[in-house]
Ligand binder design. Structure first.
Ligand code: COA
Length: 188
């Protein structure tokens, strides 16, 4: 598991500021955020298929979960999972313009069921996932790609401190451009 041995994992199991042991709830604001488990896979794939044109094989989800379980979160409301976020932890150059290498939390996918949007679920998924990436995977920055036409998502990321750092022309299969947006995880 790609954890920094200098930052022991057990330090986070003390439930200091709402972060608790794996499998337990991480927040309560009309919905609960917790880490993904394999039994959530079918519902998460359903949400992804309903909400986004970028769909993945079950192997893809399992692989991300196996490698980076601490930043793969789901939000439950009304007795069902209504949203998810999954990330890949990478090493690369700073996306924020620093001339240095960085440990990056790359949001691979995030979605919230239409019926449950504008309730703060997307925001909470990002906040908790980025905070965990910083604490548990020693990440410095978060980044993601977003369709240039996706105003709700761009609005959400901007509100959380992400800024546009690059335009990737023709990034998506249908030819649409992506904004690369990045944030310092000191914010989280
Ligand atoms: C993007 C998405 C995850 C946001 O989830 P959400 O739970 O509705 O977001 P939140 O309720 O946490 O919104 C937080 C803030 O984001 C911004 N925002 C969210 N939806 C917005 C919209 N439709 N228009 C403008 N701003 C929006 C607002 O600033 C909002 O704060 P406010 O409600 O106090 O005004 C959701 O719209 C979604 O699943 N979209 C389809 C999948 C997708 O596009 N994923 C991102 C791919 S890069």
């Amino acid at each position: 598991m790609p954890l920094n041995p200098a930052k022991p994992v057990y330090a986070i199991s003390l439930n200091l500021v709402g972060f608790t042991l794996k499998g337990q709830n991480l927040s309560s604001q009309g919905f609960d955020v917790r880490v993904f488990t394999i039994s959530d896979l079918e519902r998460v794939m359903h949400i992804n298929a309903k909400c986004l044109p970028e769909n993945y094989s079950s192997y893809f989800y399992r692989d991300l979960y196996t490698k980076y379980p601490e930043t793969f979160l789901v939000a439950e409301a009304d007795g069902e999972i209504q949203g998810y976020i999954m990330c890949r932890i990478e090493r690369g150059w700073s996306k924020k313009g620093k001339l240095s290498a960085a440990r990056l939390a790359h949001v691979v996918s995030i979605a919230v069921m239409e019926s449950h949007r504008r309730k703060g679920i997307g925001k909470e998924l990002i906040v908790q996932s980025m905070a965990r990436a910083r604490r548990l995977y020693d990440c410095d920055e978060g980044y993601l790609e977003v369709r240039v036409s996706n105003e709700p998502a761009i609005g959400l990321y901007t509100k959380l401190g992400y800024s546009k750092v690059k335009r990737n022309y023709g990034y998506y299969l249908d030819g649409e451009d992506a904004w690369v947006m990045a944030v310092s995880l000191e914010e989280f």
